[in-house]
Design a protein around this ligand. Sequence first.
Ligand code: GN1
Ligand code: MG
Length: 338
Amino acid sequence: MQAVFTLYGWQVSSYEPIQQGLINSTYSIQTSNGNFILQSINHRIFKSPSAIDDNTNAISKYLQKNNPNYLFTHLVPTLNGNTLVNWEGAYYRAFHKIEGYALSVLENENQVEEAAQQFAGFTSTLKNFNVAQLKDTLPDFHNLDLRYHQFSEAIIKGNAQRITDTQDAISFLASHKKYVDIYNHFIEHAEVKKRVTHHDTKISNVLFQKKEGIEKAICVIDLDTVMAGYFISDVGDICRTCLCAVSEEEKDLNKVVVDPAKWKSLEKGYLHFMQDELSDFERDHFFYAGQFMIYMQALRFLSDHLNNDIYYGAKYEGQNLVRTLNQIRLLEQYNKLN
Ligand code: GN1
Ligand code: MG
């Protein structure tokens, strides 16, 4: 890693890994010229790191011109002016460290409203940015039709023992296929628009700051999956990760409970910036957004469990099944809001 530091011209005093996300590896770097975040991109998943780099730079350029006060994780170039580094087969990029903290679960409604507002603010700030300019960093990432197809394959070709052991979860997901039909109908509708979409609005991707006792969300991070997309992706992942006091890792399903007050705050926070943007048809799918994302995540976790954890990996045997059962429970609880 020392060689990478040299490319940036950093005199590093200390650095440590930070637990951020399931996919990339992230480090906090302290140097004599400031603090940085260095991240290596998981090249097995993101086949085109340069697409991520191009997207981040295109948005960065747009914001510097049109909205320079918007707090954004602009990329830091190397001494040679590159914002993407390929070193011994690994890809790195760096950001200035923004002071703040991320949360893995939210404790109160104010935090939910703040987080939802930040994600909505991101899309609405970029409403005049030409979304067609963005590259697909993960093609078909939130294509529910495809995710269902992958699940259908996993329940045939996957680990036979695991398939036998998860019949209840498999049946549950198969019996809720209507969410796929709604998705297919939704994306074909004339009133549905593609916008700059974050596609990973889980709660740990918002930074918070506390000033004079007041907690505020200050910016969104983790922009690898920013692509053209539908608002249901972003609203959905906020629902998935903000409404419940425990995360997707929780094994005790009795703790997976959805808080109706947090739902109200989410809606208020998101619509604060997006109310005028959404069409009536889109607005009618606000609640569906949560079903869409929780269901898709359950499909993805179970498919991965059946495929021997090739995508997400597992720190312990059955971790992706734990996540699946958690998400199924979350979906059941979420549906009680309606
Ligand atoms: C992954 O790596 P991370 O935590 O940012 C995944 C998301 C899932 C999430 C579940 C590229 O995000 O889609 O919602 O895990 N990202 C990718 O925790 O697959
Ligand atoms: Mg991510």
